[in-house]
Design a protein around this ligand. Sequence first.
Ligand SMILES: Nc1ncnc2c1ncn2[C@@H]1O[C@H](COP(=O)(O)OP(=O)(O)O)[C@@H](O)[C@H]1O
Ligand SMILES: [Mg+2]
Length: 214
Amino acid sequence: MIQLEKVGFIAGGETILADISFAVTKGDFLTISGPSGGGKSTLLKIVASLLTATSGKILFEDRDLAELNPVTYRREVSYCFQQPALFGETVADNLRFPFEIRGETYDEGRAVELLSRVALGKSYLQKSINEISGGEKQRVALIRNLMFPPKVLLLDEVTTGLDEVSQQIVWQLISDSNQEGITILQVTHDRQEIAAAKQLLTIEGGKISELKRF
Ligand SMILES: Nc1ncnc2c1ncn2[C@@H]1O[C@H](COP(=O)(O)OP(=O)(O)O)[C@@H](O)[C@H]1O
Ligand SMILES: [Mg+2]
């Protein structure tokens, strides 16, 4: 589904990533770990088409990412940030957004269904994004990415720093989404998430130090 061939990234004269090659097939769950500053976020942003690799090639469904329409691509390969960025005023504003950018009518039922999957009731729709907790914000950000299920979900430390309840809920939704067929690449430092990994990619100093399949 996604194939990286000798991907490199140089910024400000510094090599951030070098010679990164790996492939994920449909339904895979790739866990990415490694020391801070190693290049994990940069790698995910390149796969998300938010940054462009300075060398190498990325193939999505056998087509070169450089030749794909970035707007269409980012709907199929969806990236969820480490620090959830909510916008507008209410939770509903955020869940309406995926419909608006596609020119589709907002489906409140779908929003309520996904809210319930992260243990938030319908009343959350009208809540201000400033009155909900960090863990609730991350849950809203994640279901915003799932309103229209992508083919691939890129997750950058989305469970880091969350309270235990939110972490468990987010983790469950990620596992369920993978069971439902969404291919997942998840950067995490969480010991339990790493222990549960099916495929573990370790990035250190901008290079792959290990790729294990269990
Ligand atoms: N656009 C950029 N320009 C220069 N340096 C960058 C840029 N983006 C990231 N870096 C540097 O690249 C390295 C890897 O960063 P990052 O991908 O965020 O690592 P990780 O997510 O593994 O902690 C860090 O040293 C960071 O300071
Ligand atoms: Mg990072």
